[in-house]
Design a protein around this ligand. Sequence first.
Ligand code: B12
Length: 211
Amino acid sequence: MANLMALHTAILNGDLKAAVAATKEALAEQVDPLDLVQNHMVPAMDEVGRRFECEEYFVPELLLSARAMKGSLELIRPLLAAQGAEPVGRVVIGTVKGDLHDIGKNLVSSLLEGGGFEVIDLGSDVAPEKFAQAVQERDANIVCLSALLTVTMPAMKTTIQALKDAGVRERIKVLIGGAPVTQQYADEIGADGYGQNATVAVQLARRLGSR
Ligand code: B12
C-alpha cells in the first residue's frame, strides 16, 4: 500500500526525490490525486509554515519544501485538469504584485481547468494593469487573485481599481484567496467572493461566473 506518510515527510524535509517517488507510488496505486493534495501535501506545507514562524525553519528550508511540493504537483496537475469537460467560463488568474507565492494559485488554476474552465495564468508578481489587459484581450469573465503576504493583500484592492479604470469591472466576477485573506477582507475591498481552498474556488467560480 502507498506510504502517504512518506510523501508528507518528504515535503516537510524538502526532499524532492523522495516526494516524487512517493507521489508516483501513490498514483500507481490509484490514490485519488485530490486526496493526496488536500490531505497530505497541503498539511505538510502548513507544518513548514508553522516551523518557519517559530524559527525552526528559515528561507532555505522553505525553498526546499516548496521545490518538493512543486515536484509532486507536476505529476498531479495533469490528472486534476483532465477531470474537466466543455469550457464553462474563462478565468484570468495570478498572484498579485510583489508576491512570489504561486503554489496555491497553481492548485486553484489546475482545479479550475479540471472543473471545465479555460484558465489564463499570468503567473506571480502580476501588476494590476496586466490583469485588466488580460481580461480585455481574452474576454474573460472571472478574475482570480491570490496573495500570501499581508503586505501584498492591498494589491488586490489596487487590482480591482485597475479593473474599474479599464471599464471591465461590471462584466466580471473577482474571486480572491490565499492564507491571510478572509471573507471580511473580500467584502471590504469589494471582491465578489472569497475561497479558503481550491475546491471552494471552483464551486464559487461555477456559482458566480459560469457562462
Ligand atoms: C512555500 C512558501 C514560500 C516559498 C514560495 C514558493 C512558491 N513558488 O510559491 C518562498 C520560499 C519563495 C517564500 C518566500 C517568502 N515567504 Co513564504 N511561505 C511559504 C509557505 C511555507 C507555504 C505557502 C504554500 O505554498 N502553501 C500551500 C498552498 C497549497 O496553500 P495556499 O498558498 O494558502 O493556497 C491555498 C488557499 O490559500 C487557496 N487559495 C490560494 N490562492 C487563491 C486564490 C483564489 C482566487 C481562491 C479562491 C483561493 C486561493 O487555495 C489554495 C489551495 O487550497 C507559507 C506558510 C503557509 N502555511 O502559508 C509561507 C508564508 C506565506 N511566507 C511568509 C513570508 C514572510 C515569506 C517571505 C517574506 C520570507 C522572507 N523573509 O524572504 C518571502 C516573500 C517572497 C515574496 N515576495 O513573495 C509568511 C507570510 C507572513 C504574512 N502573513 O505576511 C508565511 C505565512 C510563513 C510564516 N508563517 O511566517 N515562501
